[in-house]
Design a protein around this ligand. Structure first.
Ligand code: HEM
Length: 139
């Protein structure tokens, strides 16, 4: 008989919360680097943040589409939790799209675009973090 080890969906959500919080701290550190007049470090730290975020998103896609489809059914089947997930995605999707654009505009310019998009990114990232931490069930 085939035996499969199933991952527990709420535990995956808890791990994702820790991951988003860790990247939020790193983003804060990149702001401190700017404040200290070290834009190179700002760029390097943010490149690491982007790599970590995309690696996590890639892993999440593989997990929920190939390895264990239905892992988040406990959210999708609950109308309240589903509403909270939709709110979370309304911030998380724009944040994921803007992230690489910020890396490119940071290195290549135009500087003005980098600064304007950085403000929008700051809002959508904080929205992602808050709606994830406070809104999504992990127990
Ligand atoms: C969220 C608020 C952010 C602010 C206020 C901000 C601001 C700045 C400023 C003032 C510079 C220096 C630009 C120059 O001297 O021409 C800079 C450079 C840069 N930023 Fe940002 N940034 C932010 C977010 C990000 C993010 C999220 C990324 C990457 C995903 C990023 C990547 C870069 C890179 C790669 C550079 C060039 C560093 C270098 O010269 O080596 N920034 N940023």
């Amino acid at each position: 008989m085939e035996r499969r080890t199933l991952l527990y969906g709420p535990a995956v959500v808890a791990v994702l919360k820790v991951a988003v919080t860790a990247v939020t701290f790193l983003l804060g550190a990149s702001m401190v680097a700017l404040w200290l007049g070290k834009p190179r470090w700002h760029g390097r730290i943010n490149a690491v943040c982007l790599a970590l975020t995309y690696a996590t998103l890639g892993g999440l896609e593989v997990l929920m589409r190939i390895i264990q489809p239905g892992i988040f059914d406990f959210i999708v089947s609950d109308p309240v939790a589903l509403g909270r997930l939709r709110l979370h995605l309304a911030f998380a999707v724009p944040a994921a799209v803007l992230f690489p654009v910020l890396l490119v505009t940071g290195y290549r310019g135009p500087r003005r675009w980098h600064l304007v998009l950085a403000c929008v990114f700051g809002v959508v990232w904080m929205g992602t973090w808050l709606t994830g931490i406070l809104g999504l069930p992990h127990d």
